[in-house]
Design a protein. Structure first.
Length: 269
């Protein structure tokens, strides 16, 4: 049963003729104490598309990503103003059910963080928290999640082995599978392949392209080639400002802003 994320601050999402909006960001500001980390960001994030967030270190892109499912709440000095609208709910509001939010908007971090449990129990850990305990119900969810994460064929005969026995690339795909098991609508990926070898990196990229058929994906990446290969839209951040957002092909071939061109061509950052 779907848990309500929030009840107030309901503003209808606007859809265009070209695409549906999964998230609408309006006048978003994020502060760490007196540090203004993200400044007046406005953007639409398309449904069933990959949106890449690029920019130099410290530009605000990861802070922005974490704001979408309220991970910044874990930082005592962090605060946000503005709106992130998801299914008519302002996620920046005070009346948000954070547990329900993170079920619908899942996040995968830079370094794989499997639990020190079996592969099977990594997938079922959160499901049991929500009261799904029957093996008859859990088994098909485990298989479906691992298949969607392109990992099933590699681990189907070792589901009860420790997740820590997997390679780094397999661990990251397991973390993705663990998130998919919760059946989210949106996936947030914070440099998910940066710590992986080139072969594992390629598998993650192929997986992301496949997953956008069923999920909206927002990814932070420092890898310009990766952003150009896998994303539909790209947003360039600099010093907390959203400098430019457009279709990825345009950003990488004919950006509108000089700052974007300088970053893409390696003149700074």
């Amino acid at each position: 049963m779907k848990v309500s994320i929030g009840t107030k601050n309901r503003i209808a999402l606007k859809e265009t003729e070209d695409y549906k909006v999964a998230l609408k960001v309006k006048d978003l500001n994020i502060y760490y104490g007196d540090n203004h980390a993200v400044k007046d960001v406005n953007m639409d994030i398309r449904q069933n598309a990959v949106t890449a967030l690029i920019g130099p270190s410290g530009c605000g892109k990861s802070t922005f990503l974490r704001s979408i499912n309220r991970m910044n709440d874990l930082i005592p000095i962090a605060r946000s103003t503005g709106e992130i609208l998801y299914e008519d709910v302002n996620l920046v509001g005070n009346d948000i059910n954070i547990v329900a939010l993170r079920k619908e908007i899942g996040m995968v971090f830079q370094r794989p963080n499997p639990f020190p449990k079996s592969i099977y129990n990594n997938i079922t850990h959160a499901l049991k928290f929500y009261g799904i305990n029957s093996k008859k119900k859990l088994d098909p969810i485990v298989e479906e999640s691992l298949r969607k994460a392109a990992l099933w064929d590699e681990v189907k005969d070792r589901l009860h082995d420790s997740a820590l026995s997997l390679s780094g690339g397999q661990q990251q795909r397991l973390c993705i599978a663990r998130t998919l098991a919760m059946k989210p609508n949106i996936l947030l990926l914070d440099e998910p392949a940066s710590a992986l070898d080139p072969i594992s990196n390629a598998k993650i990229e192929d997986l992301i392209i496949e997953l956008k058929k069923d999920f909206t994906i927002v990814i932070v990446t420092h890898n310009m080639h990766q952003a150009s290969r896998i994303s539909d839209n790209t947003a360039f951040f600099l010093n907390g400002d959203l400098i430019e957002m457009d279709k990825t092909d345009k950003i990488f071939t004919n950006p509108s802003k000089k700052e974007t061109e300088d970053y893409i061509t390696g003149r700074f950052g």
